[in-house]
Write a protein that binds this ligand. Structure first.
Ligand code: FNR
Length: 363
C-alpha cells in the first residue's frame, strides 16, 4: 500500500512540516489526496494556513515568565494544554491500528481526542486506551436511530461531550477525490455505525446525511443525551449567537479544514468577531491550519479557549503510529511553551489581544 520513501523525507521530525513530508512520502497518492485536499479550488484550505502568516506576536520582556504553565479548564475538565485532536474519519486509512494508536499517542500527552463518527475502530476499544478527555463527533443521519445509538454508546463508554458537526448538510465537492474516484481500500470502514456501501465517502454521505438538518436538532440531541453539546463548523457571528441561545455548551469555529464551502473565510479571520459576539457565553474553540506553537498562541490571543488539530495528527500516525501522534502533539506543546516564554506570558490567563497585531496595522 505504501509508496517508497524519497530521499528528501526527513528521518527525524522536528516540526509538524517534517511529519507532513514523511506522511506524503509514505502514503499512496489517492489517500494522500483524500487527507490533504479541500473542496473546490482549495481557496479556503490555503487561506486557513495563510491567515497565520499575517499575524505577528508582540513580545514583552523582563516579565519573569520563563517557565510557562499551559493548563486550562474546559467543560469541567482540566486539559494539560489548550490543544486537542480534531475529528478525522478513518485513521485506519493510514495505520492498521487506526484510532487506537491515535488514542495511545494522545494519552501520552494527556490531551483530548475528538473521535469521528467515521472512526475505523470501535468506540469502546478507543475508550479503553485513552488517557485524556474523549469527545464524540456526530454527524446527524437521516436515520435518527443509527445516530441515537451512536450517542448512547459513546456516553456509556465514557465519552464526555458530543461534537455535532453543523457544516455538512452534504459533503463539499472535493475535486481531488472526484478525479481519483476515491474509494476506501478493503478493510477500511466505519466501525461504529450500521449500514453498507461505505466505499465512496461522498456517495455514502449523499445518501446518509440529513440534508434537512436545522436548529431543532439541538433539542432532539438533548432529548437523547445528557452530555455537553459542542457545535462544530460555526463561521459567522449570528450563528455563534444563535448557538449560545440554543443552549450549545461550546462552539468550534471551523470550515472543516477547507473541505466544505470553498470560498468561506479562514477560521482565524472570523475568530475575533465570533468571540466578541459570544461575549464569554460559552468557550470558543477553533481549528484549521494550526501547525506551530505560535499558531496556537495566536488563536488564544484572539480569544479561543483551545485549538483542535486535524491533518498533522494523521501525518504523525502515518509516520510512526502512536509514537508519531505523541511526537506531533509533543512538538506543538514544546513550541507553545517556547512561544509563551518568549512572548513573556507565564500562564494562559495572561494571554490577550494585546499580544497580537495584523502586519498591516503595525506602526
Ligand atoms: C476531517 N474533518 C472532519 N470533521 C468532522 O467533523 N468529522 C469528520 O469525520 C471529519 N473527517 C475529516 C477527515 C479528514 C481526512 C480531514 C483532513 C478532516 C475536519 C476536521 O475535524 C477539522 O475541522 C480540520 O481537519 C481542521 O483543519 P486542519 O487542522 O486539518 O488544518
Amino acid at each position: 500500500m505504501r509508496g517508497a520513501e524519497p530521499a528528501d523525507a526527513p528521518d527525524e521530525a522536528f516540526t509538524l512540516a517534517d511529519y507532513e513530508r514523511r506522511a506524503r512520502a509514505l502514503l499512496p497518492p489517492a489517500i494522500w489526496d483524500f487527507i490533504a485536499g479541500g473542496a473546490g479550488e482549495e481557496r479556503t484550505l490555503r487561506a486557513n494556513e495563510a491567515a497565520f502568516e499575517r499575524l505577528w506576536l508582540l513580545p514583552r520582556v523582563l516579565t519573569g515568565a520563563g517557565r510557562p504553565i499551559t493548563g486550562i479548564r474546559l467543560l469541567g475538565r482540566d486539559w494539560p494544554a489548550p490543544i486537542g485532536v480534531a475529528p478525522v474519519a478513518y485513521h485506519t486509512l493510514v495505520h492498521p491500528e487506526g484510532e487506537i494508536a491515535t488514542a495511545r499517542g494522545a494519552a501520552r500527552a494527556g490531551l483530548p481526542f475528538v473521535v469521528s463518527t467515521f472512526a475505523g475502530t470501535v468506540l469502546e476499544d478507543i475508550a479503553a486506551v485513552a488517557g485524556g478527555p474523549l469527545w464524540l463527533q456526530l454527524y446527524c443521519f437521516r436515520d435518527r436511530d443509527v445516530t441515537r445509538r451512536l450517542v448512547e454508546r459513546a456516553e456509556h463508554a465514557g465519552f464526555e461531550a458530543i461534537v455535532l458537526t453543523v457544516d455538512a448538510p452534504r459533503l463539499g465537492r472535493r475535486l481531488r477525490d472526484v478525479r481519483n474516484d476515491f474509494r476506501l481500500p478493503p478493510g477500511v470502514a466505519p466501525a461504529n455505525i450500521s449500514g453498507d456501501d461505505f466505499a465512496s465517502p461522498a456517495g455514502h454521505a449523499a445518501v446518509a446525511f440529513d440534508p434537512a438538518l436545522d436548529w431543532s436538532v439541538l433539542s432532539w440531541l438533548r432529548s437523547v443525551s445528557g452530555l455537553p453539546i459542542v457545535l462544530k463548523g460555526i463561521l459567522g457571528t449570528s450563528d455563534a449567537r444563535r448557538a449560545v441561545a440554543a443552549g450549545a455548551d461550546a462552539i468550534v469555529v471551523s470550515n472543516h479544514g477547507g473541505r466544505q464551502l470553498d470560498g468561506s473565510p479562514a477560521t482565524l479571520e472570523m475568530l475575533p468577531g465570533i468571540v466578541a459576539a459570544v461575549a464569554g457565553g460559552v468557550p470558543v474553540l477553533i481549528d484549521g491550519g494550526v501547525r506551530r506553537g505560535v499558531d496556537v498562541l495566536a488563536c488564544l490571543a484572539l480569544g479561543a479557549a483551545a485549538v483542535l488539530v486535524g491533518r498533522p495528527v494523521l501525518h504523525g500516525l502515518t509516520a510512526g503510529g502512536a509514537d508519531g501522534v505523541a511526537g506531533v502533539l509533543g512538538i506543538l506543546l514544546d513550541e507553545l511553551q517556547d512561544t509563551m516564554a518568549l512572548t513573556g506570558v507565564d500562564s494562559l490567563e495572561a494571554v490577550d489581544r494585546s499580544l497580537v497585531a495584523q502586519r498591516e496595522q503595525l506602526p
